[in-house]
Design a protein around this ligand. Structure first.
Ligand code: NAD
Ligand code: UFG
Length: 368
């Protein structure tokens, strides 16, 4: 009864703040949508499904009891977005996740990255002015620091040359946002520089499920552990790190999603003068080999791997100083690396169970 009553209240309360989430069916976007709904926001998702699947909505609904509104639009398409926003007035903020994100792929195919990531950003900033949407939360990345000289990096660490076209798109987007917000005092924004988000929702109803062969380390590890991929390639063991492999700051995706709620509330409460920037990480660095070992310890499942050449575009080592986010957003990471890796594994197993039962159902139907 309590659940039904909540659903009724959620559906029919008219004073909820309306938030547009671009890329909301993607990995970080879907986890953030869940947190937004659970924090009482009304969510509208725009996603072109270039790296996600419509079924993600079912996962969100299973967790929250609410099916968010969704439109399949490319947000670099100014005309389509303009039309969409005209039909959806009163949006308080945009959380802009929609982007291509694979570092190595961006070195091989730079132009789609520039067109998609920068095109979407410019279109959205122009449309925020036209449609009077005052607040923006932008998914930036620690790749904006390039290879920093000193670890950990804080928000004042100098921005060096980007190591990949992808990293460059994030640097350029940050600059475009800064210029646009400086020129227009009605617009406010928060740039969130994520370190490496991993893991899945504890329910296992949503997680990281990229289309095609995974480019990121943890999805590749779980698919290899599950036998979908034969072997993981470890890209480079001759870096200047204790075990020769790259170091990253791996952060739980639900913890990361919760930081968006803190950032959004800060914007909506009028606490941001123009633009603010926060590192979102744990403060701990972990190498590729250490991560494989931790996965094996947490799950009891072996991950076959081999050493491979370095991947172009990779930074050797980076981890965060998250103190500014800890203090100002009153946010910090909670979930351990082991529990996070276990959640990624649970999500993989749930996905495979779902696929197997769909196959069994199909076979049964075709036999009968
Ligand atoms: P993702 O690929 O899972 O999600 C991105 C979503 O955006 C996908 O659903 C995709 O279909 C959609 N999309 C892409 N281009 C679009 C467009 N033009 N119009 C509409 N939809 C579009 O990626 P993610 O890991 O959830 O990353 C989200 C954001 O966070 C990205 O901006 C990424 O650059 C940034 N980021 C990610 C990481 C990471 O390690 N995952 C780290 C730092 C920053
Ligand atoms: N790696 C492997 N084998 C793989 C995949 C990755 O060894 O099959 C290594 C990479 O070389 C790197 C580390 O694992 O050293 C992490 O690689 P990911 O691709 O998982 O993550 P990146 O740090 O390259 O990039 C990710 C996102 C970016 C984001 C960045 C922030 O893809 O969007 O984290 O740090 F900006």
């Amino acid at each position: 009864m309590a659940g039904r009553f909540r659903k009724f209240i959620d559906k029919f309360s008219f004073n909820k703040e309306k938030i547009l989430v671009t890329g909301g069916l993607g990995y970080i976007g879907s986890h953030t949508v869940v947190e937004l709904i659970q924090s009482g926001f009304e969510v509208i998702i725009v996603d072109n499904l270039s790296n996600s699947n419509i079924d993600v909505i079912k996962g969100i609904e299973k967790i929250t009891d609410i099916k968010p509104k969704f439109e399949n639009i490319d947000c670099s398409d100014y005309v389509a977005m303009d039309k969409f926003l005209s039909k959806n007035e009163g949006i308080q903020a945009i959380i802009h996740f929609a982007a291509l994100k694979a570092v190595g792929d961006s070195v091989k195919r730079p132009l789609p990255y520039y067109r998609n990531n920068i095109g979407s950003m410019i279109a959205l900033l122009e449309l925020m002015q036209t449609h009077k949407i005052p607040n923006l939360v932008f998914s930036s990345s620690c790749t904006v620091y390039g290879q920093a000289d000193k670890m950990p990096v804080n928000e004042n660490t100098p921005i060096k040359l980007a190591q990949s076209p992808y990293g460059n798109t994030k640097q350029i987007c940050e600059e475009i946002i800064t210029d646009a917000l400086t020129a227009n005092s009605t617009l406010k924004g928060i740039l969130l520089r994520y370190f490496n988000p991993i893991g899945a929702h504890p329910s296992a109803y949503i997680g990281e499920n990229p289309n095609g062969v995974p480019e990121n380390l943890v999805p590749y590890i779980v698919q290899t552990a599950a036998g979908i991929r034969e072997k993981l390639s470890v890209f480079g063991n001759d870096y200047n790190t204790p075990d020769g492999t790259c170091i990253r700051d791996y952060i739980n995706v639900v913890d990361l999603a919760q930081a968006h709620i803190a950032a959004l509330k800060r914007l909506i409460d009028g606490k941001v003068e123009s633009i603010e920037v926060f590192n979102l990480g744990t403060g701990e660095g972990t190498s590729v080999l250490e991560l494989i070992n931790k996965f094996e310890q947490a799950t009891g499942v072996k991950v076959p791997y081999e050493m491979a050449p370095r991947r172009a575009g990779d930074i050797e080592a980076i981890w965060a100083d998250p103190q500014r986010a800890n203090k100002i957003l009153k946010w910090k990471t909670e979930v351990s690396l082991e529990d996070t890796l276990l959640s990624a594994w649970n999500w993989q197993r749930y996905t495979m169970d779902k696929e197997n039962s769909a196959k069994r159902h199909f076979n049964f139907l075709s036999m009968s």
